[in-house]
Design a protein around this ligand. Structure first.
Ligand code: SF4
Length: 457
C-alpha cells in the first residue's frame, strides 16, 4: 500500500518542480511513508529523522512523514518533522509548504515568492478525473481527492491499483483501523479507467490493493460494483484486449471471500490463479481473541472451495506466532493447519504488540526465544510443502514474467502466474518486463530453476 501511495506522492512532488535524487544527502525535501504494522519500521523512522535533523544544522532541508501513523507516534513526529499529515491530505501539501514560508523549486523558477498566491505556489493542475463529479456539486471525500492524483508508476510492467482504503474489522493485534480509518471504496469507474489505461500501456502484472479488497463496494452498495462484479468487468476487459497480463489482488479477508469471487477468477484468463488469504492462527480460541470472525473450519471450507474451483491456484497466507497467551497446544494447531493445507508461501510474523491495537493492553507473555522457535518450526513446514509443490513443476513448460536480474550472476528472475519465483540463466535485460516460456528443470524450497525455451511477447 505504501509503494502504491508513494507513486501518487511522487506525482505531486514532481509537479512542484522537485527533481529526484538517489543520494539522500543531496535532497532539499525528504519524506517517509511510515508503516505501523511492526515496531521495527517505526524505529527506523526515528533513526532516519534523527539523522536528517543533524543535517538541518548545515543546510536548508524540509522533512515530512505520512501514511500509516499511530496517534502516539504522531505526537512525537510533530516535534521532529516539519510536516506530519495523513496521506489523504496529500493534495494540501503544496499549501502546507507555502504556508511554511518556503518556495518550491517551481515557484522559484517562475520568480514567485513563497508568500504569493496559492495558484502561483501550485500552478500545475493535475488531471483530476473527478472534475465531472465535482461540477455536479457532489462532495468528494479526502481519499477521493488522493485517488484523483495520477500515479507515477515505478515500473513499466507491474502496477498497483488501490481499490479500497481502511478497515472495519478491528483485529485485536492490528492498528490499521486506527491509522487508515474505516473502509472506503474507490469509484468503480475510476478503477476500470486506470486498468484500461494500464492494459493499453501493455502492463503485464496488475495488483488490486486494499486492506480488505473483497469488502470492496460494501460501503457503497447500489452505487459501486461489488468485488466479484468488479473482477468480472476486469476479466471482460482482458478478453476484449486480446493481450496477456495477470491481475492479482491483496489482501482479502476470509470472512468475505465468496464462491462467486472464485467462479469469476476461474472464468477469466487474465485473473491470476493465485490466492493470498491471511489465516493468522490455526487455533479457534486464538482466532476469537484476535477478533478474526472466522474459524479454522470456515477457513478450511474456503480452501476446499478454492481447490475445487481453482485447482491450479497457489495459496499464500499470513500467520502470527506467539500471540499473547498462545499455548503450546494452540501453536500446535497452527502447525497442524499449515501441514493440512500445505501453503506455497506464508508470511510468518512474530507477534509484537502495536500501541493503539487492543491486544497491546494484554500481557505479551510468550518469551521471545519461544516465538523464534515457533517461527522456525512453521518455516520448516512451509519449506517442506513449498518444495513438494515445486518438485511437481519440474519438467513442465510455463509462461513466466521476467521481473529483473537475479542475485546469482548471469541469471534473470521471473515469476509464474502462481507467483512462484523462477530463475533461469540469461543476461538479456531486454526480456525484463516480458513474458517468456521456460521449462522448469529443478526445484528448491520457495523457488524453481528453469531453462529458457522462447520469448512470447
Ligand atoms: Fe488489520 Fe484485521 Fe483489518 Fe487486516 S482485517 S487490516 S489485520 S484489522
Amino acid at each position: 500500500m505504501n509503494m502504491s501511495d508513494s507513486e501518487r506522492v511522487k506525482t505531486l512532488i514532481t509537479s512542484l518542480g522537485y527533481k529526484w535524487t538517489d543520494h539522500e544527502e543531496e535532497a532539499d525535501l525528504l519524506g517517509i511513508l511510515s508503516c505501523s504494522v511492526r515496531q521495527k519500521s517505526i524505529d527506523k523512522v526515528y533513526s532516519r529523522i534523527a539523522k536528517w535533523n543533524k543535517w538541518k544544522i548545515k543546510k536548508s532541508l524540509l522533512t515530512f512523514v505520512s501514511a500509516c501513523i499511530l496517534p502516539a507516534d504522531k505526537e512525537k513526529f510533530i516535534k521532529m518533522f516539519d510536516f506530519v499529515f495523513p496521506i489523504t491530505d496529500l493534495h494540501q501539501f503544496p499549501d502546507m509548504i507555502r504556508q511554511y514560508g518556503v518556495a518550491s523549486p517551481l515557484s522559484v523558477n517562475q520568480g514567485n515568492t513563497a508568500h504569493e498566491s496559492k495558484e502561483n505556489a501550485f500552478p500545475l493542475s493535475l488531471s483530476l478525473s473527478h472534475s465531472a463529479v465535482r461540477d455536479s456539486g457532489l462532495v468528494l471525500s479526502e481519499i477521493d481527492l488522493f485517488w484523483d492524483l495520477p500515479p507515477s508508476y515505478d515500473s513499466k510492467f507491474e502496477a498497483f491499483v488501490p481499490i479500497q482504503n481502511g478497515c472495519n474489522k478491528y483485529c485485536t493485534f492490528c492498528a490499521v483501523p486506527y491509522t487508515r480509518g474505516r473502509e472506503v471504496s474507490r469509484s468503480s469507474q475510476e478503477i476500470l479507467d486506470e486498468i484500461q489505461s494500464l492494459i493499453a500501456q501493455n502492463y503485464k502484472s496488475i495488483t488490486l490493493l486494499g486492506q480488505n479488497v473483497n469488502s470492496y463496494g460494501l460501503d457503497k452498495k447500489g452505487n459501486e460494483l461489488s468485488f466479484p462484479a468488479l473482477l468480472r468487468e476486469i476479466g471482460k476487459m482482458g478478453e476484449k484486449s486480446g493481450k496477456d497480463f495477470w491481475v492479482y489482488f491483496t489482501s482479502p479477508h476470509p470472512r468475505d471471500l465468496t464462491r462467486e469471487v472464485l467462479d469469476v477468477i476461474a472464468h477469466y484468463k487474465c485473473l491470476a490463479k493465485q490466492i493470498h488469504l491471511p489465516v493468522q492462527s490455526g487455533d479457534n480460541d486464538i482466532l476469537k481473541r484476535m477478533n478474526r470472525k472466522h474459524t479454522v473450519e470456515t477457513y478450511e471450507n474456503i480452501i476446499a472451495d478454492i481447490r475445487q474451483i481453482l485447482p491450479d491456484a497457489t495459496l499464500f497466507t499470513d500467520i502470527i506466532v506467539g500471540f499473547t497467551g498462545e499455548t503450546e497446544e494452540q501453536f500446535k494447531n497452527s502447525r497442524l493447519l499449515m501441514e493440512r493445507i500445505g501453503f506455497n508461501m506464508a508470511y510468518i510474523a512474530i507477534y509484537s504488540p502495536r500501541p493503539g491495537a487492543k491486544s497491546a493492553q494484554w500481557q505479551d507473555d510468550v518469551p521471545h526465544s519461544k516465538k523464534k522457535e515457533r517461527l522456525h518450526l512453521l518455516s520448516e513446514v512451509l519449506r517442506k510443502y513449498s518444495l513438494q509443490y515445486n518438485k511437481e513443476l519440474v519438467g513442465k513448460n510455463l509462461a513466466v514474467l521476467v521481473s529483473g536480474h537475479d542475485r546469482k550472476a548471469g541469471y534473470l528472475t521471473a515469476y509464474t502466474e502462481g507467483r512462484i519465483v523462477t530463475r533461469f540463466p540469461s543476461d538479456d535485460a531486454s526480456m525484463i518486463g516480458q513474458f517468456v516460456e521456460v521449462e522448469i528443470i529443478a526445484a528448491s524450497e520457495l523457488s524453481v530453476e528453469a531453462m529458457l525455451l522462447s520469448r512470447k511477447s
